[in-house]
Design a protein around this ligand. Structure first.
Ligand code: PLP
Length: 404
């Protein structure tokens, strides 16, 4: 296990105060704080390297290109992809999902084809598929879950059929924390000839993710949730699929040759990266991946799982506590309601105590409907969260509870 106090010292924001109280930041599923090395990577590049990538013959441009492509290689090794041609940089999970929906949709989906989602998907893994349904007349099928927040694999098996083309599933639910058995689900999808996409937004920051071992066809994640900068994200795609998919956007960087009659496209992955990329963001993302790898994702997972278990145990002792998501495989997120208190009031009152949590529908309204609520409160943990912070949070909950 790493040394928590020296790790916390890497994150300057964690020592600030809000309302004259020490900050207790428990909104890590929304975004994580950044270690000094990530912020420094951004500053260093702007101070001493900055130049547009891929186009220049001059020194700085080549250096910036080298950093950018080294970052791609870093992502490849982090995910254990076969080739860096399989790593496409995007703005984040949302853009990666829209890219797949648009481009895979163009190449592979016809009217009447079926795409399978799950009831616990984030809106960004629902709405792009609905937009595609409008354009293409595909059918969306939804895997249900049990009351513990575990997907019903029997129902999933029954949904798969010869019209199923693609299954899209969150690796970890951003609300329930459920770790879905995506390896097993991918094997079931492949057995019926369908492809499998993993939304790794909430898994990549928390435990080792290996695309070859999962045997998934696509995997997407966001830099800002894994201690990297905002505005940068990743799409991993199996090379033979990406080869068959048309570009998502047109512009510079993604072309081989342009004339008014005809344009040919760059090789992978550049075909999917129109315009100047966020080359500073990719470099800083690589630093963030180095940071978590140096601590060890196994150690991070072990720490966060222990905290989650402890938090749930302590929270369950409070009268009127309703916990959502009690799956056997659960990670770093605890969603809840306190009887008689609107989650928004709860979040606002905790905030005055310096405790940052998230409240509302968590971009998962179908899941809220399944749970029969309008909204929930959610605390989510990170590699730097301490037991003392969990204690402060539970004490805060108790204090708020007694006000009502
Ligand atoms: N998918 C999941 C499971 C998420 O938790 C999130 C963000 O909360 C997203 C997708 C969207 O990520 P982004 O807003 O970084 O594109």
């Amino acid at each position: 296990m790493y040394d928590l106090s020296s790790v916390r010292a890497d994150f300057p924001i964690l020592s600030r105060e809000v309302y004259k109280r020490p900050l207790v930041y428990l909104d890590n599923a929304a975004t994580t704080q950044k270690p000094r090395c990530v912020v420094e990577a951004i500053a260093e590049e702007y101070y001493s390297v900055n130049a547009n990538v891929h186009r220049g013959v001059h020194f700085l441009s080549q250096q910036a290109t080298d950093l950018h492509e080294a970052a791609r290689e870093r992502v490849r090794s982090f995910l254990n992809a076969r080739s860096s041609a399989e790593i496409v940089f995007t703005r984040g999970t949302t853009e990666s999902l829209n890219l797949v929906a648009f481009s895979y949709g163009e190449a592979f989906l016809r009217e009447g084809d079926e795409v399978v989602l799950t009831v616990m998907e984030h809106h960004s893994n629902i709405v792009p598929w609905q937009l595609l349904r409008e354009r293409k007349g595909i059918r969306l099928r939804v895997v249900p879950m049990n009351d513990a927040g575990e997907l019903d694999l029997e129902a999933y098996r029954n949904l798969l059929n010869e019209r199923t083309r693609l299954v899209c599933c969150a690796h970890v639910s951003n609300v329930l924390g459920t770790v879905n058995p995506v390896r097993e689900m991918a094997a079931m999808a492949h057995a019926c000839g369908a492809h499998f996409l993993v939304d790794g937004a909430q898994s990549v920051p928390h435990f080792p993710v290996d695309v070859q071992s999962l045997d998934c066809d696509f995997l997407v994640f966001s830099g800002h949730k894994v201690y990297g900068p905002t505005g940068i994200g990743v799409l991993y795609g199996r090379e033979e699929l990406l080869e068959q998919m048309p570009p998502y956007q047109g512009g510079g960087e993604m072309i081989a040759r342009v004339s008014f009659e005809r344009t040919t496209f760059e090789r992978l992955p550049f075909k999917f990266e129109a315009g100047t990329p966020d080359y500073v963001g990719t470099h800083a993302l690589a630093r963030a991946l180095d940071y978590v790898s140096d601590l060890g994702l196994d150690a991070i997972q072990c720490h966060e799982r222990e905290l989650t278990r402890y938090a749930m145990e302590q929270m369950a002792l409070l009268p009127g506590m309703q916990l959502y998501g009690t799956a056997r495989e659960k990670d770093a997120v605890v969603a809840f309601n306190l009887e008689g208190i609107h989650p928004l009031d709860l979040g606002t009152l905790l905030d005055r105590l310096g405790i940052a949590i998230r409240t509302g529908h968590h971009c998962a309204q179908p899941l809220m409907e399944r749970c029969g609520v309008e909204g929930m409160a959610r605390a989510s943990f990170a590699l730097y969260t301490t037991r003392a912070e969990v204690d402060a949070f539970v004490a805060g909950l108790d204090r708020v509870r007694k006000m009502f």
